[in-house]
Design a protein around this ligand. Sequence first.
Ligand code: GLA
Length: 386
Amino acid sequence: MAGTTANQLIREFQEHFETGIVPAVYRAPGRVNLIGEHTDYNDGLVLPTALEMACYAAVAPAQHGLLRVFAKDLNQSREWPVATLGELRQSHDWSDYIIGVVQQLLIDGYETRSCDLYITSEVPVGSGLSSSAALEVASALAFLDGRPLDRLELARLCQRAEVQFVGMPCGIMDQYTSIFGQQGSAIEIDCRNLQYELVALPQDVRILAVNTMVKHELSSSAYRERVAECGAAVEAIGVVNQSVTSLRDVSPAYFGQIQDSLPVIPRKRARHIVTENERVLDFATAARSGDLAEMGRLFIASHRSLQYDFEVSCEELDFLVDTAIKMDGVYGSRMTGGGFGGCTVNLVAPGAVQTFHDGIVKAYQKRYQIEPVFYECNPSPGAGRL
Ligand code: GLA
C-alpha cells in the first residue's frame, strides 16, 4: 500500500467528524492500461493492471439524517439530506462520482442510510490512471458496507454511474480492473463476455508510468466523438454485412477486404480498434513467453495507431514516447488511458530505471518547462475492505 493505513484513516475520520465510532475502511485501486486502448466500448480486449495507488473511503453510520462527505485531499465537505439523494443533479465536481453511485444503488434497491464518509486518494486526478473509477468503486463499497453485491454487477453499476450521471460514455475497463485486479498479474479482459484471464508479466522488467502533467480541454468531447465514430464505422460495415454489430466482429482479414468501402474517418478509427484487439492477443502471448522485445514492439505499434489512426494522443505524450524509445533499456512506450494528456506507460529494464528517469526529466523539462512525475506500476489486488 502506498503509504495509507487503515489505522491512520480511522484516526483522521474520528478527528474530522468528532466521533469515537470506528469506521469501516474500503480501498479501490487505480489502474494502468498496458495495451488495448479505446477497445472496451467496442466489445474488445484490454490488458490493464490494478495499481498500488488507490482511493480510500472510511464510512460509519450516523443518526443526523444526512449523507456527509469529506474529501481530505481537497479539504472540501458536502452534505445532503438522505431523502433528497435520488433527486440530485450534477454539481460538475468530484461529488458527482459519489452521487452517481448512490443513485445507481437506489435504482437497484439499495437504500442509502445516513452516514459519514471520509475520502482520500493517491491516484493522481487527470492522469489517465482511473482516479474516477477508484472513487466510484470505493464509494460503492462504502455505501454497501457489507451488503452483498456480485463483483461484476458492482463494476457495471459504477460504470453506469459514470455514463448516466457524470455523462461520460466510458467502457467498463476502469471499474472492472479496480474490482478484479490481481496481485502480481495483469488481467486480459474480454469486454464482450466480461471474463478475464491472468497474464503474469516477466520478472525482468519494470512498468513505469510517466505523467505529462497536462490534460487538454478537449479530452471528454473527443472521447464522445470517438465513441460516435466507432458507431458510425459499425453502421457503415453493417450496410454490407448485417452480422457485424460491433467492431469486435471485424477480423483483420475481413477489415482488409472492406476497408476501401468506408469513409476515411470511420476507416481510420476502425483500423485502430481491429489492429489493437490483435495487439492485445499478441501482447499476452509475448508476456507469457517472456518476449520483452515483442512486448515493446507492440507498445510502440499501439501508440502509433492511437496517434495517427485514432488521433487521441497529443504533443506531450508523443514527445515522451519518442524520447523514451531512443533510450537504452527501454523496450517500449505508449500513451495509456483516454489520451489528450495524462500518462505514458513504459517497459524498462530494471538496471535502466535511473537513467530512464533522469533522461526523461531532463528532456521534458527542457522542452516544456514541466517536471514529469513517475509512478512504479506493480500489479496489485482489486478493491476490498481493509
Ligand atoms: C477511459 C475510459 C475507459 C477506456 C479508456 C480508453 O479510461 O474510462 O473506459 O475507454 O479511456 O481505453
